[in-house]
Design a protein. Structure first.
Lengths: 264, 493, 278
């Protein structure tokens, strides 16, 4: 007799846990019932991300780097499960990309920051800091690599994110969420919502407590989302879906310059 | 109601509270009877056919026989490094190199306790230090530099960085694993291969490290470990196919290496001795400053190149500082390095103990006033009681020469300018400490002190991201941070 | 780095025993009743009914209304009764109300008074006001009850303030200085306690005067209690390792210490069900 499989329930990933949508709705995508996030789920996710962001930035850079490296460890361990939702080649590239970004955690201050030789008896230095809660509209494809390429550069700088996952290929996003949950990533640093792009994106773009917006996955609606973001002067970024560069990290950093007199 | 006599005890005043021994278990690490040289990814017998015994300085007990590498052995190691460089390591994608280094870091984290115990047994430092400082930092160095391996063009934009080739590295006995990490991590991240000689008296953790390399499946020949004394080091320095030498050790040997390399075109970095000034101003929080002073000179038995060995106290707080210092010294526990309550461990070797003893005698002879708290030392092993000299003049040997032991010399000053002048009045320039509440004064002192590392309101803090190295005769080149990559790279401009 | 200690075997048993002898077993809840305090007092006198070698604690610590019950239940046993006063925990009441509370509590017969300093005044820089209040409270206690002054270090913000408040309290006449009320989020912490011990040490050295130390709030595990005792030993020496000079205000700590002591005796890790909850 063949054995009946126990099927996975695909839920949202918010605050380190996997809740269903408060609306109770689902969609059928890629042969599974996917949670259909509502504006309230998104509202909750932003609130949780804000709290989690403080703790995330409060960790040492070394600690953050290790957590991000562990995401790669978990992904490697789940290579087969991730490949089923994307492809083996894509998974390997995604894992290596996570490792690449993990290595930046304790190097940003030295590459992006500076001590500035002002014309006076002052010690003056510039340090990078995270901008805050970042909303990401993930690329539709490649679902896994695109998601990793957008999320990692944002969180390595200390930000917390609320992601609207690919609408057409959401399973990879939830598989990734399971890797995050087992990688010691503090709950709320990454929040992933599956559902309908058209319903959720404007809510994210107009939310007053979202500091920056990554429109990597926006298509026709990019201009409108940008316009909505202007109300709280969001930093709007058109992130690249498949690139690794320091300059995917920097748009999500603020620079703080400090002065102190020098004298006996 | 229960009678008072049965349950209400009068408080007995205790006269002494002895902490019971709290030994760290030794059996976590297996030490072989005999080691060969690690060349080309495996252990081989030395062609020199010579071995020597390495001991546990706290008990004067032999731990193992290790090889004394001769000229032919060194040549073999360099050949292995060169071949690995040419055929494997330089051909790997940098992100693959990075992943090997990440593996090494993670394995070191997993086996940290094993290494800490071995480090304390072979070297003499307290288990609390090897467990809480040396090993975590060593792993962190590998983790940090792993991340640079595939990002070099960001660290040196427009310079087209590339590896140099084979690096010869010679490290000291005071922080064996940490020094190994400081050397190997950036060298490998930059794409070089390595021949490393651990110090004569502390070879064992480097040899155990070879097992980490095996677990990490590092390609053979990328790292080669050759043990031996100064003669082995000289062979590495002299070998024509080594492109770069990195040395940490005494200033005397550093100068000899610099002379030997003159005209050869080989790259060189030196991290040598120091005689750091630790300056305490009258507005410093006194108890906190005393903790810093004690940490500065008694941490690792004072076997620290950047130790705060000259204390400069502003005259107005002199009495308060000295009395608090002496009282704090009396709570330091000298004893078995493997006991978790030990603060000050064993002196690394008989030779070093003799050197300390002789310099301390010179202090007494020259007229300084010595204080040593009452301290019961174990019978066997090499030990020195934490010592402080007051009434020290700048010209005394104990104020000029590096003692490399738990011996502090105290001098005074009246004005900040005087403090700076005296602090800089030395051929060394590795580190300095400043204790004051005033921010502007911290920055002004930092600006004027001729030292590669300045600690303000703290001491002996290290981090893989923080560049470390000296001015003047304390050496040149920096280790740690982005700057620590530079010595291991060749550039177009 | 140089001040962490690992305490084993006989030394550990000594420390645990000392922790009990120095404990102020505390209940400070709005819901406290005479029944609750009666049970607490029994526990204070005889922490472990199955083991006669376990000593009594130093004192019970309660709100003013429960002082009569506590006194009655501990009479003749050597366990003292400490009462909080001066609008504990906030201290935000008019001075005459606070002083009357102290008068009442002393008149009832409490052996010890735990007062709070006016943090509002302290943080506004009105140090003279803070000092004056302590002096007045001490006047009401002198010769009848010993006075502990609670600094509420978790509200003071930095170590400089802790040192300043400690000196002020001692100058005002404190017999003990105490870290916390246990009613705010930040209570006793090792570095803060060290700061206070250093003040006690400096005062003793400069004047010969003996002031005691009490830690309170958030000390739930034996390991923590032992760390605090080591800190005392290494800062003030063995003379302060006595309930006359050192107290630990706690409630759930007692059972944890009992469990640890039983583990040392039997070699087995323990189960809370085997220890009374009073």
């Amino acid at each position: 007799m063949t054995r009946l499989a126990v099927r996975k329930t695909y839920k949202l990933y918010i605050g380190g846990a996997f809740p269903r949508s408060e609306s109770g709705r689902t969609l059928v995508v890629e042969g599974a019932n996917i949670a259909r996030a509502s504006r309230k789920d998104l509202r909750d996710a932003v609130r949780i991300a804000r709290q989690a962001g403080a703790g995330w930035w409060g960790m040492t850079a070394y600690n953050r780097g290790q957590v991000l490296y562990r995401i790669a460890e978990m992904m490697e361990d789940r290579h087969a499960a991730l490949s089923a939702a994307s492809s083996e080649a894509e998974v390997s590239r995604a894992i290596d990309r996570v490792v690449w970004y993990a290595g930046w955690a304790d190097k940003l201050a030295q590459t992006v920051g500076s001590s500035n030789p002002v014309a006076g008896p002052y010690f003056n230095f510039t340090v990078p800091e995270p901008t805050g809660v970042v909303g990401i509209i993930a690329p539709q494809k490649p679902a896994l690599l695109g998601l990793v390429s957008r999320v990692l550069p944002v969180i390595v700088g200390g930000n917390a994110v609320v992601v609207i996952a690919s609408e057409t290929h959401p399973l990879a996003a939830i598989e990734l969420a399971e890797c995050l949950a087992t990688a010691d990533v503090p709950g709320g640093v990454v929040n992933i919502l599956t559902g309908q792009r058209a319903e959720l994106a404007p809510v994210l773009a107009s939310h007053m407590d979202v500091a920056a917006l990554d429109l990597a996955g926006a298509d026709g609606d990019a201009a409108e989302l940008e316009r909505l973001g202007a109300e709280n002067v969001k930093r709007v970024v058109h992130g690249h879906p498949d690139r690794q560069s320091l300059y995917e990290i920097t748009p999500f950093l603020e620079l703080k310059t400090v002065w102190h007199p020098v004298g006996m | 109601m229960v009678p008072a006599e049965k349950h209400g005890r009068t408080a007995a005043v205790v006269s002494k509270w002895d902490y019971a021994p709290a030994p760290e278990a030794k059996d976590i690490v297996k030490i072989q009877d005999r080691y060969g040289l690690f060349i080309g990814g495996k252990f081989v017998e030395p062609l020199s056919k010579q071995h020597y015994t390495t001991i546990d300085p706290a008990h004067e007990e032999p731990l193992a026989e290790v090889a004394q590498a001769g000229k032919a052995d060194v040549a073999k190691a360099v050949r292995a490094a060169r071949e690995a460089y040419a055929t494997t390591w330089s051909k790997l994608r940098p992100s693959e190199r990075a992943k090997y280094l990440y593996r090494i870091a993670r394995i070191l984290q997993e086996r940290a306790r094993e290494f800490a115990v071995l480090e304390s047994r072979n070297g003499g430092k307290p288990i609390r230090e090897s467990r809480d400082v040396d090993l975590p930092l060593a792993a962190a160095h590998f983790f940090y530099y792993a991340g640079w391996a595939d990002k070099l063009e960001y660290a040196f934009p427009n310079r087209k960085p590339r590896p140099i080739g084979v690096a010869g590295q010679i490290i000291p006995w005071n922080f064996p694993m940490l020094m190994l990490a400081w050397k190997i991590a950036p060298a490998l991240a930059a794409g070089n291969t390595v021949v490393l000689k651990p110090a004569e008296t502390t070879p064992l953790t480097a040899l155990l490290f070879c097992d980490v390399l095996r677990q990490a499946e590092l390609p053979p020949g990328v790292v080669n470990i050759v043990t031996g004394d100064g003669r082995t080091g000289a062979e590495i320095v002299a070998h024509p196919d080594v492109n770069k030498i990195a040395f940490t050790g005494s200033t005397e040997v550093g100068k000899a290496i610099q002379r030997a390399l003159a005209g050869t075109g080989k790259r060189l970095t030196l991290e040598l001795g120091g005689k750091a000034a630790n300056v305490v101003f009258d507005d410093a929080p006194l108890d906190q400053a005393v903790e810093g002073i004690v940490n500065g000179i008694y941490f690792n038995q004072g076997h620290v190149c950047c130790a705060g060995s000259r204390l400069f106290v502003q005259e107005s707080i002199y009495d308060a500082i000295i009395s608090k210092l002496k009282r704090r010294m009396s709570t330091l526990r000298v004893g078995d390095p493997l006991d978790k309550n030990t603060d000050v461990g064993a002196i690394n070797s008989k030779m070093q103990l003799d050197k300390i003893t002789s310099l301390v005698q010179s202090g007494i002879d020259e007229g300084a006033e010595i204080y040593q708290p009452p301290c019961k030392l174990p019978e066997r092993g090499y030990w020195f009681v934490p010592t402080v000299f007051t009434n020290v003049a700048q010209s005394y040997r104990i104020a000029q020469e590096e003692i490399f032991g738990p011996v502090l010399s105290v001098l005074t000053f009246r004005t900040p300018d005087e403090a700076v002048e005296k602090a800089n009045n030395t051929p060394y320039g590795l580190s300095a400490g400043v204790w004051t509440e005033k921010g502007s004064r911290i920055l002004a002192m930092a600006q004027r002190l001729k030292a590669g590392v300045v600690w303000a309101n703290t001491y002996n803090r290290f981090d893989p991201t923080s560049p470390f190295g000296g001015y003047k005769e304390s050496g040149f080149g920096r280790e740690g941070g982005l700057h620590g990559l530079e010595p291991y790279l060749a550039f177009d401009e | 780095m140089l001040a962490t200690r690992s305490i084993k075997k006989a030394s550990k048993v000594f420390a645990l025993d000392l922790a009990i002898r120095c404990m102020d077993l505390t209940t400070l809840e709005g819901a406290d009743t005479p029944g609750k305090v009666a049970a607490l007092s029994s526990k204070a006198i005889r922490p472990d009914p199955t083991d006669d070698s376990i000593p009594s604690v130093a004192a019970v610590c309660v709100y003013p209304n429960l002082v009569p019950t506590a006194l009655e239940r501990t009479r003749g046993t050597g366990v003292k009764v400490a009462s909080v006063a001066t609008a504990f925990p906030s201290g935000q009441a008019p001075l005459d109300v606070k002083l009357q509370e102290v008068r009442d509590v002393v008149a009832m017969g409490a052996h010890e008074v735990d007062m709070v300093i006016d943090r509002g005044a302290f943080l506004s820089g009105n140090y003279a006001k803070v000092y004056d209040e302590i002096v007045r409270v001490k006047e009401l206690c002198a010769g009848k009850a010993h006075l502990k002054v609670i600094l509420e270090t978790g509200e003071l913000g930095n170590y400089d303030n802790v040192r300043r408040a400690s000196l002020l309290a001692i100058a005002g006449g404190a017999d003990f200085i105490k870290t916390s009320t246990g009613k705010v989020t930040r209570n006793s912490e090792l570095p803060v306690a060290l700061c206070m011990l250093e003040v006690i040490r400096d005062v003793h050295e400069e004047t010969g005067r003996v002031v005691g130390m009490k830690i309170a709030g958030g000390i739930r595990q034996s390991k923590q209690a032992v760390q605090y005792l080591v800190q005392v030993y290494e800062t003030l020496g063995p003379a302060w390792l006595t309930p006359d000079r050192y107290r630990i205000g706690a409630s759930s700590l007692l059972n944890d210490v009992l469990m640890q002591l039983r583990k040392e005796k039997t070699g087995r890790y323990q189960n809370p069900d085997y220890f009374t909850v009073d």
